[in-house]
Design a protein around this ligand. Structure first.
Ligand SMILES: Nc1ncnc2c1ncn2[C@@H]1O[C@H](COP(=O)(O)OP(=O)(O)OP(=O)(O)O)[C@@H](O)[C@H]1O
Length: 424
């Protein structure tokens, strides 16, 4: 599809943020929704929807955000576009702190950051024509596009693959996929720099999902857009994201380049999510499923578990996971992980070996292939690391013993890891 050039020039070069430079920076971002009770509406607790997020989004990239329902993805999207006021932390957009900007302070920035919502049925006013809906941002911002609003709206409709002649039609006259295209046209009207798409295709038929995802991809290529795409399903963000953040109960547990995340996920939760993505390969139709089934429900965000929040469902959890929250560390270039016992990497807490009872139960539900693979990859990576550090120790003239210590898994037999938890 050919997309007409925007009248105001390339987004990526507009406003001084060059591709690859930081467009959005989030530090320690928090949102706690108060729970109030009684006549006096006293606060009795809080929903820890987003609980300390740190990440950056570079101009021109697509950051995918995935996680189960209720993990705080939408809240995060609304916080970074400042549709919600954060409880803590900071949000910087183009180097400017926008954390506590009021409505008037945010108004000029609204042009630069737009949101696409999940439900193309409820996000469009049924009483307004498409022309009014897509043209609304011009009115709200007091912008008069060259050639008039009508001409610009028709151009935008064409950009998203809709017939510009349908300017006077109403939302109910369009299919779900077309309505989502209308939502995208509205988001693009003011030539934004950052587009946050919250589950942009979840409400659509699978056959239409690919069309909308491809449209978003095409628009990014042509207009130099920066995306944060939120989805509960890795298969949606898989093809469009440059980097992917995996969220669990209000926290990022892994943030990595797409390739790294798919080839060697380090957080057990990422591994479990990935095992749930179906592989469309007819040759595997009789293969034994190695899907990782997580035990129990997602704990309540009102009183999240202590230590690592995933420990209640993790098959690798040990004592330290219940007491100490693992920091989000860059364990490999381009891969940040918050885990004491990561996959595909040397153990971060090798001294702590006693598996929790819950973990032992979770282990029973894991596919054997998954456990075997997990053990093999961890042992292989640990062996490579041990080799590398032994080599560097020899080069530096040091004794080679400490290298083996720093990668204790290297010495382990390649038995399933969860089963060999005691010896880890
Ligand atoms: N306005 C609100 N008041 C109180 N709690 C809220 C509010 N908005 C969200 N929450 C709670 O915050 C938590 C995170 O919600 P959020 O919608 O951000 O999750 P999500 O990962 O986007 O889930 P989904 O995919 O189902 O939308 C949930 O427990 C939710 O109930």
């Amino acid at each position: 599809m050919s997309i007409p050039v925007q009248s105001e020039g390339s987004v990526a070069t507009k406003g001084g943020v060059a591709p690859g430079e930081t467009l959005l920076k989030v530090t320690g971002l928090q949102k706690h929704f108060p729970i109030k009770k009684g006549l006096l509406q006293r606060q009795v607790g809080a929903v820890h929807a987003v609980d300390g997020l740190d990440f950056e989004v570079k101009a021109g990239e697509t950051l995918g955000v995935v996680g189960e329902s209720g993990c705080g993805k939408s809240t995060m999207g609304r916080l970074i576009t400042r549709l919600l006021e954060p409880t803590g932390g900071t949000v910087e957009f183009q180097g400017k702190d926008i954390t506590h900007l009021g409505v008037s302070g945010m108004r000029p920035l609204r042009r630069d950051m737009q949101m696409i919502f999940q439900d193309p049925y409820s996000s469009l006013n049924p009483r307004h024509t498409i022309g009014t809906i897509v043209g609304a941002p011009f009115k709200l911002q007091g912008v008069s596009p060259e050639g008039g609003v009508r001409k610009e709206v028709q151009r935008l409709l064409e950009v998203v693959g809709l017939n510009p002649e349908h300017y006077n039609r109403y939302p109910h006259e369009f299919s779900g996929g077309q309505r989502q295209r209308i939502g995208i046209a509205r988001a693009l009207a003011l030539n934004p720099k950052l587009v946050v798409a919250d589950e942009p295709v979840s409400a659509l038929d699978v056959s239409i999902q690919a069309q909308v995802v491809n449209l978003l991809d095409d628009l990014q290529q042509e207009l130099g857009l920066t995306y944060v795409i939120i989805a509960h399903d890795l298969s949606v963000v898989r093809h469009v994201s440059d980097r992917i953040a995996v969220m669990y109960l209000g926290k990022i547990v892994e943030l990595a380049d797409r390739e790294l995340l798919y080839k060697a996920p380090m957080h057990p939760y990422t591994k479990a999510l990935m095992s749930a993505v179906p592989i469309p390969d007819p040759r595997r139709k009789n293969a034994k499923s190695d899907r990782i089934l997580l035990t129990g429900d997602v704990p309540s965000p009102i009183s999240p578990p202590s230590g690592c929040r995933f420990h209640t469902r993790c098959w690798k959890a040990t004592q330290i996971c219940t007491t100490t929250e693992p920091p989000l560390l860059e364990l490999a270039p381009g891969q940040q992980v918050a885990c004491h016992h990561p996959e595909n990497f040397a153990d971060q807490a090798p001294q702590d070996t006693v598996l929790l009872t819950a973990a032992k139960e979770a282990e029973k539900l894991l596919g054997e292939t998954a456990l075997q693979e997990s053990a093999e990859t961890s042992a292989a990576v640990a062996a490579t690391l041990a080799e590398e550090s032994a080599e560097s120790a020899v080069e530096a003239g040091e004794p080679t013993e400490p290298a083996a210590e720093s990668a204790p898994e290297a010495a382990e037999p390649t038995e399933p890891e969860a089963g060999s938890g005691e010896a880890k």
